[in-house]
Write a protein that binds this ligand. Structure first.
Ligand SMILES: NC(=O)c1ccc[n+]([C@@H]2O[C@H](COP(=O)([O-])OP(=O)(O)OC[C@H]3O[C@@H](n4cnc5c(N)ncnc54)[C@H](O)[C@@H]3O)[C@@H](O)[C@H]2O)c1
Length: 260
């Protein structure tokens, strides 16, 4: 056991929307590399199952249900992580609604829900975590989940892409206010990533995105998690306010497959 194999030893983390997909893989890798992790999901049973599977692999992880669109819930996640593990060092605002809809008929209720989850859930997680990190006075790191759709327009992605681009600006803005407290704030922007949800939406997801991605494959959660863990690690201590695109080169060319 040393800093190379367990770089997150003695660190505590909260990861939202981590019952499956990208957030699960970030939570899992943080825990297996030494962090104590609070794993949240709006589906309480899924959060419990995901946390149990990480514990089964040897990690320290608790699962907590709750909707990050509710500010009180988000504050509660930070409080629970800090009281359970005795500190909080890392906050990953992963939960996001991937909502695609025609601009002309976009429902105001859907729009407000999208803002509450993607923006409110990230903004107020960062706020609660940063307050705690400031009072703890030992620095910390915050990570947002953006998307390539914050960089390239895609059909029916007007509101979703807007929220993702906004998160990148939030990381940039917070870098100024939080740097004096030793808190780094960054974002990762995944391209098409194979998760249970994306496979459910399109059974040919892998083939379709392989055809239009320079690396000839979509991303997998491990691709995103490895980059996330770098930005959360001490190796990234001088990186703040930045967004790292992880897209196999897709934004260099940006075609959409015919069926997506
Ligand atoms: N999968 C992709 O291709 C892709 C690409 C770019 C960006 N992203 C972003 O990465 C993040 C994770 O993506 P994913 O595809 O793994 O997610 P996902 O849609 O599969 O959801 C992951 C988990 O989040 C939970 N969740 C949903 N709403 C929640 C809420 N309000 N509060 C708490 N938990 C909630 C779900 O129950 C689910 O278990 C999101 O922010 C997404 O916008 C994903």
């Amino acid at each position: 056991m040393n800093a190379d194999t367990l770089p997150f030893q003695d660190r505590s983390a909260v990861v939202t929307g981590a019952g499956e997909g990208i957030g699960f893989e970030i939570a899992r890798r943080l825990a297996l590399q030494g962090a104590s992790v609070l794993l949240n999901d709006v589906r309480e049973a899924r959060a419990a199952e995901a946390a149990a599977s990480i514990r089964h692999e040897g990690g320290t992880c608790i699962g907590t249900g709750g909707d990050v669109g509710d500010v009180d819930v988000v504050q509660g996640l930070v409080d629970e992580a800090a009281s359970t593990f005795g500190r909080l060092d890392l906050a990953v605002a992963n939960a996001g609604l991937s909502l695609w809809s025609d601009f002309f008929t976009f429902d105001p209720g859907d729009f407000n829900r999208l803002l509450a989850v993607n923006l409110g859930g990230s903004f107020f997680l960062a706020q609660a975590a940063a307050r705690h990190m400031r009072d703890q006075a030992s620095g910390g790191k915050i990570l947002f989940l953006s998307s390539v759709t914050g960089h390239r327009a895609v059909d029916q992605g007007s509101a979703y892409g807007m929220t993702k681009r906004a998160l990148e600006m939030l990381a940039r803005s917070l870098s100024v206010e939080l740097a004096p407290h030793g808190i780094g704030v960054n974002a990762v922007a995944p391209g098409a990533t194979v998760t249970p949800r994306t496979l459910d939406e399109n059974p040919n997801y892998v083939e379709d995105w392989s055809a239009v991605t320079p690396t000839q494959r979509p991303a997998y959660p491990a691709d995103i998690a490895q980059a996330a863990l770098f930005l959360l690690s001490p190796a990234a201590n001088h990186i703040t306010g930045q967004t790292l695109l992880i897209d196999g080169g897709w934004t260099s060319v940006s075609p959409s497959p015919p069926n997506s």
